[in-house]
Design a protein around this ligand. Structure first.
Ligand code: FAD
Ligand code: UDP
Length: 361
């Protein structure tokens, strides 16, 4: 049989694309080299707790259509992400808000906080921020940068803050209210029953082959290919390898009900080797007698480990452009998702891109 589409990757991009094409009467074969569907959003139930196997995933969006789209496949709970930062025995609320500023400077009003930040910014003389360090300093001043940003960012990206693009830090809200919601988006939550169930519903009625690597696939005929793996690998690294950050998760079970009191605690000092600890049950207000945590260690990607984050600095973006030029000449290959488009996409943006790609078909 000849499929209309071979979809490489059973993550959100691949699953949404296949779902849409099936609705249009097309045949799809979805493959993934991993032994499960879902890609990086995959969750696995252990001791009644949904464990986010590839890091904490909180769905958030301001796009009503995308929110309604995911809600077809799962009901979402009302979890609001409010991580806490731990720096040298002190706890600070995130994102940067009045709770953070009041703890840092023992102040109370937005006016005092603004004045403090303005004073620190004026000493720096940055007019147009050229990198993450300058961007962070010119937004929040030196104290927040040094305690809550510098160490965490350098661990997370393995690079000096001066060598990183400014947009990364703009992901985080900055506000002068006592509001610890990590996101500014209109809609937020975690799918009840886990992400694996959600993706399973997206892929209902679609043929899926797991533990199947595209580069070893034989005897499958198809009209078009949808590729959500690494674009540089697809082209056999012919212009050189793009850089990615990988993550190593150390997961442990504890015989207590509540270990850290929050779903996410960031460790913002350089000296602590991990970036954050996730206590999975808090994403779904779990009351099990045990708890499961994961420490997240960031490392540079190399063949053999999972790529997670594209490193979108100038060098890599220029290299990606070369691959993109090849991709744009392809008539029967669509590149999608975080790895296929080399973009620091959140889940809602990946879904939007997949729906657009399906729409173009
Ligand atoms: P993926 O999920 O990576 O899927 C690609 C799939 O392709 C993988 O399963 C892979 O095994 C498969 N594949 C690759 N190459 C091959 C091959 N050669 N053959 C067969 N299969 C192949 N987003 C949010 O909105 N909120 C969050 O809170 C959030 N937290 C995150 C935390 C972490 C630690 C990370 C890394 C990401 C987070 N994200 C979050 C982003 C989110 O994970 C992505 O937007 C989304 O999962 C990307 O989906 P995708 O389909 O593009 O890629
Ligand atoms: N960041 C930071 N301190 C924190 C949390 C985040 O400096 O306590 C910076 C860091 O550079 C990180 C970026 O903000 O890569 C984006 O954070 P986000 O939580 O969105 O990262 P993700 O969940 O995608 O890993």
């Amino acid at each position: 049989m000849k499929y209309d589409y071979l979809v490489v990757g059973a993550g959100l991009f691949g699953a949404a694309f296949a779902h849409e094409m099936k609705k249009k009467g097309k045949t799809c074969l979805v493959i993934d080299k991993r032994s499960h569907i879902g890609g990086n959003v995959y969750t696995e139930e252990t001791e009644g707790i949904q464990v986010h196997k590839y890091g904490a995933h909180i769905f958030h969006t301001s796009n009503k259509e995308i929110w309604e789209y995911v809600n077809q496949f799962a009901k979402f709970n009302n979890y609001i992400n409010s991580p806490v930062a731990f720096y040298k025995d002190e706890l600070y609320n995130l994102p940067f808000n009045m709770n953070t500023f009041s703890k840092l400077w023992n102040i109370r009003t937005p006016e005092e906080a603004r004045a403090k930040i303005a004073e620190q910014i004026s000493e720096l003389g940055i007019t147009e921020p050229k990198n993450l360090e300058e961007q962070a300093l010119s937004l929040v001043g030196r104290d927040v940068y040094e305690k809550l940003i510098k160490g965490y960012t350098e661990k997370q990206w393995g690079r000096d803050c001066k060598e990183l693009p400014a947009f990364i830090i703009k992901r985080l809200p900055l506000r002068f209210t006592y509001d610890n919601n990590y996101f500014n988006d209109r809609y937020q939550g975690i799918p009840i029953g886990g992400y694996a169930k959600l993706v399973e519903r997206m892929l209902q009625g679609i043929e899926v082959r797991l533990s199947t690597d595209f580069f070893q696939l034989k005897d499958v005929e198809y009209e078009k290919l949808v590729f959500t793996g690494q674009i540089d690998e697809y082209y056999r690294y012919q212009f050189g390898a793009l850089q990615y950050r990988s993550v190593y998760f150390e997961t442990e079970k504890y015989d207590c009900e509540n270990l850290q009191g929050n779903a996410v605690i960031n460790y913002t000092e350089r000296e602590v080797p991990y970036t954050r600890i996730i206590e999975h049950k808090h994403f779904e207000f779990g009351t099990q007698p045990v708890t499961i945590i994961s420490r997240e260690y960031s490392m540079e990607w190399r063949p053999g480990v999972e790529p997670y984050y594209p490193v979108n600095n100038q060098e890599n973006n220029a290299l990606y452009e070369k691959y993109l030029e090849l991709a744009e000449k392809e008539e029967n290959v669509i590149f999608g998702g975080r790895l296929g488009q080399y973009k620091y996409y959140d889940m809602d943006k990946v879904l939007k891109a997949a729906l657009e790609a399906a729409g173009r078909e």
